[in-house]
Design a protein around this ligand. Sequence first.
Ligand code: FAD
Length: 316
Amino acid sequence: IDAHPNLSEAAPVALSYELFPPRSPAAAETLWTTIRELETTEPDYVSVTYGASGSNRDTAVELINRLLLETTLRPLAHLTCVGNSPQELATIVGELLDTGVRGILALRGDLPKEASAPAAGSLRYAQDLIELIRRVEQRRSALLCAGKIAVGVAAYPARHPESPTEEHDVEVLLAKQRSGADFAITQVFFETRHYADLLTRARRAGVTIPIIPGVMPLTSLRRLNRLGQLTGVEPAPELMAKLAAADSDLERLHIGVDATVDLANAALDAGAPGIHIYTFNEHQSALEVLDKLALPRRSRPGSQHSRRESIARSLL
Ligand code: FAD
């Protein structure tokens, strides 16, 4: 697979990665090798996940602090309604801003098993969290003249498992935009048409914010199966069969990277303003995908003119 033909003269495309806080010293070591490798690609930001149970709050904050202090990377901090009271969330938002974070991904969070809604007293929807973040920001900017925080949200190319329809998902995305979301990152998807279909539905409904496709390197059968269960998005059976029939890890890597590049190219064809790579804290497959995509990138700091750069700029 070669670089996408339409990209040679295209406007720059934003690039970002998702990382999760390490669960052990050994995992931290691997993560920091990954971070150093990814840093060389000059992403526009890296997002740091947040366990909805609140269990990894300290490691998430620690990772964000280290990214700010020890690297050139700009962190986008995930935050969830689930696992925190509104008061705790307001405190966390204030602390994140104090450390220099300028972007937050506002999420409801995965519900604990067998729960059908966040616990009583918690914020119910991501939309409520966006409004809380905007209130904290407003209070602080009155005191500090602070700049605007970029608030991102989740979007779903294949229906969210609790949603009645895909149209409902788009209405929810529109509500998040009205509450102050600046951009959206999609859940993983496994069919090339899914991102374009979401974009069409969203634009028709009045969603104007950038919607960035989230792609995961499709190289691990185990991970694909687990993600299918977690997100309700079934991986394509043909891809699963190909991966299962592969003779070596190297062959699986090639198959998975090619499938990922196809998905990303289809999204770019549809007008994606950036690519967000779910790295699972590993750099090899992410970098292979990036290599084959050969995205047109701006050099930092960027010019002021491209619409595609606006997402990244808002995170500065
Ligand atoms: P919401 O937008 O609140 O939607 C949740 C459900 O409620 C949906 O079914 C929606 O249709 C419905 N809904 C929302 N608003 C309304 C309304 N006003 N009226 C009626 N129904 C409504 N999870 C984590 O725990 N930690 C993470 O770090 C994390 N990172 C993620 C990053 C990305 C890019 C994505 C796509 C997902 C991530 N998730 C994470 C998973 C996410 O928390 C789950 O998908 C969760 O089930 C929904 O989160 P949400 O923010 O989309 O919720």
